[in-house]
Design a protein around this ligand. Structure first.
Ligand code: OGA
Ligand code: NI
Length: 404
């Protein structure tokens, strides 16, 4: 394929050879049934013990659950999904500025899973961002679409010399607009309270509009902060559901990192032969997944069968990652899950990953090993994460390598 990513804007009419799974590894979509009893936890419920009980049951029996009344507004989730779609709709050259196949990059657009290691690829493009602390990473985030982030003073007004209709503005003209804009900003000291709409060729068309709320242009940071807060609430409940102190998990995980994968699964000519993401477990502690509200694609493994987890209105899918499986001495499951693709529609999802700090020492909680054997040895998250990314998704559970 000529392009490194799938989201070129040009539909794919054939599935390239290197996406075709061997017969035995195919998704067998006709055998997948809907997961009818997905645990749905109402976080708005005032009976805290009931919530903790439900979360504990879900983590033990399923390794995942959905949450509703979670405190993140519909507006915020809708805008985040819109942003995901808009990013992958950008012209290819604009997106390719962020492309890298190096997993150690803190911001990168990539494709499949680990392109350099795998032999069969997956029908997915993704933008991976580090999201904590925000002020350390936001400057490297994409400046398009323009609501992705608030442009800082040092950012160029636009890094792409195109107008809102995608036609080229000469670099010189663009530069003059940038300088003019910077001058206006400095002289009236308005900083974030004005926006330029839209950036066009003639000076008369540079319109300054009062901007009622700077968070209108801060979609992703806002969403990240909210997802983080929700994550901490869930970690506390999970801790308590294990009979541990509410802050036990948070203390063990240390200053947690936060990553985000904005996944884009284009329409695929042969969904039966490939995956968006093949079966895997998440290497981190906890994942909060915002699913496309229109297009299904997430499946989880339960009792040896793949079940579809269809989008539930205004819900997040929460799944236990490998670190919580280790910390709970295997009581809670880091669930196997995968994303399948379809032939007519693209699908987006936004996964927020809470990750232990690199030097956090992860191992089964002492209180949980009094009466049963310690299943996993202790390790640092850094050691685990490096091992995870040195492999492909098709191998055995990475935690198997850390068993006693
Ligand atoms: C992931 C993931 C599932 C989906 O990004 O780790 O499992 O439905 N995504 O996109
Ligand atoms: Ni995952």
């Amino acid at each position: 394929m000529a392009s490194k990513v799938l989201s070129t804007g040009i539909p794919h009419s054939v599935l390239p050879e290197n996406y075709v799974r061997p017969e035995s590894e195919r998704p067998k979509l006709s055998e997948v049934t809907n997961c009818e009893n997905v645990p749905i936890v109402d976080l708005g419920c005032t009976d805290k013990n009931r919530v903790i009980q439900q979360i504990g049951d879900a983590c033990r029996n399923f390794g995942f659950f959905q949450v509703i009344n979670h405190g993140i507004s519909v507006e915020s989730t809708e805008r985040m999904l819109e942003m995901a779609n808009e990013f992958f709709d950008l012209p290819l050259e604009e997106k390719m500025k962020y492309y890298s196949d190096d997993p150690s990059k803190t911001l990168r657009l990539s494709t499949s899973f680990n392109v350099k290691k795998e032999t069969v690829h997956n029908w997915r493009d993704y933008l991976r961002l580090h999201c904590y602390p925000l002020d350390k990473f936001v400057h490297e985030w994409p400046s398009h679409p323009s609501s992705f982030k608030v442009q800082s003073k040092s950012d160029p007004i636009s890094t792409s010399p195109t107008d809102t209709h995608g036609s080229k503005i000469s670099t010189g003209t663009h530069h003059r607009y940038s300088k003019l804009f910077a001058w206006l900003m400095n002289s009236v000291n308005l900083e974030r309270s004005f926006v330029v709409l839209p950036l066009k060729r003639s000076i008369k068309e540079v319109v300054l509009m009062p901007d009622s709320c700077s968070c209108d242009r801060d979609v992703v940071s806002k969403y990240c902060r909210e997802a983080r807060q929700l994550g901490f609430r869930l970690l506390e409940a999970i801790s308590e559901s294990l009979g541990l102190e509410g802050d036990y998990i948070e203390k063990v995980l240390g200053e947690q990192g936060q990553h985000m994968a904005v996944n884009f699964y284009p329409p695929c000519p042969e969904p039966e032969l490939t995956y968006g993401l093949p079966g895997h477990t998440d290497p981190n502690a906890l994942t909060i997944l915002l699913q496309d509200q229109q297009v299904a694609g997430l499946q989880v493994l339960k009792d040896g069968k793949w079940l579809a987890v269809n989008p539930h209105p205004n819900a997040f899918v929460v799944n236990i990652g490998d670190q919580l499986q280790a910390l709970s001495n295997g009581m809670y499951r880091s669930v196997w899950h995968r994303a399948v693709v379809n032939s007519t529609k693209s699908r987006v999802s936004v996964a927020s990953f809470l990750c232990p700090c690199d030097n956090a020492i992860i191992g089964p909680a002492k209180a949980l090993t009094d009466r049963s054997a310690t299943v996993y040895r202790s390790f640092t998250y850094d050691e685990y994460y490096k091992k995870f990314w040195s492999r492909t998704l098709d191998q055995e559970h990475c935690l198997e390598l850390f068993k006693n």
